[in-house]
Design a binder for this molecule. Sequence first.
Ligand code: AMP
Length: 410
Amino acid sequence: MKILVINAGSSSLKYQLFDMENEEVLAKGNCDRIGIDGVFSYKAPGKDVSIEKDVAFPNHTVAANKVLETLVDPEIGVISDVSEIGAAGHRIVHGGSFFMEATLVDSDEVVEKIEACKTLAPLHAMPNAAGIRACRQAMPNIPHVAVFDTAFHSTMPDVAKTYALPRDLCEKYSIKRYGAHGTSHKYVSQKTAEYLGKKPEELKMVTLHLGNGSSITAVDKGRCVDTSMGLTPLAGPLMGTRCGSIDPAIVPLLLDNELVKDEKTGEMRHMNGTELNNIMNKKSGVFAVSGGYSDFRDLEARANNGDEACALALEMFGYQCKQIMAGYIAILGGVDCIVFTAGIGENGPTTRRNVCKGLLEPLGIEIDEEANQIRGTVDITGKNSKIKVLVIPTNEELMIAKETLAVATR
Ligand code: AMP
């Protein structure tokens, strides 16, 4: 079956068409600047790359139709008719308390529930739902499946997902730990089992998805038992521009004291929650500590040239990841392996070294420095290590396609 994977943002609609016979990507690209001017990109192996500007994408529906038109284009297309697409899988950032697993979108009610998660995922819920609505309109005759970033974490026990706030407030605002990056953690935990020739049920592991956003997950017998992101993807280690978990009292301290100039009136007033949230998400993390660098390649290059702030940012990242990982090893009562994935996890030997250093004595973890320099799927376990240390590249789109296939053929 051919499956179209859709990842819709507020002004973009990314897509990948998979042939699930061999899990190959037939074509992929992005409809960008939706509602602005419209930039369309398309790439298919062996065909010319196509980038069109000023396409006029007034909304997601027009963008979805452009994708379908291009996929069947006689010159650069990869299928002869839209009916060859067997199902569409949609990446949905938050399933709230409604969705514990990938779900068939067989009614408007499912889309409305996704929209109802907008207080939990203010930037993503509405665009995600718009993407589904647009694609259901453009492809009314195929199954559409919603695949949630939070679903893998829905197996967390109460002890891991409950916040110690008044119960009525938690209930009123659906406040609990949901986690994120679930599709990636699920994918790499399954790939790890495959790589080790075992079943997921036979393994305990910690998976570290370290990228612009970073999260760490404790996986027991293929099920998530704890994860570092919380109600939102702001919790956990410090990240590229996100502050990670901080003393919550910092929030009221800043709201009560920090004054900002109101854009409309020009008057000074107290900073509001949205502005502080913006600072914590976009102006904090290693970016803030280093004085303006969020890409780990820049941080490493500058730290190697003696930039102390960049060195501190890198050290803090390794320190906080190590702290969380070691906590999860304790929670799991020991692990068989730890797994690095995503931009930094896959490409950052320095970070992997920082996370694992000094752990041979206390936890039996050591990495092999030579193997640590190799790219791709690689076993970087040191010779004295009792615990396997692996690098497994993630592939969230393929995981969405697999989940879509499973639901669509159920
Ligand atoms: P992601 O969010 O998973 O796409 O990860 C993106 C991040 O990966 C970038 O911002 C970099 O910080 C990091 N990254 C990519 N390549 C390298 C590299 N060669 N060394 C260290 N970090 C890298």
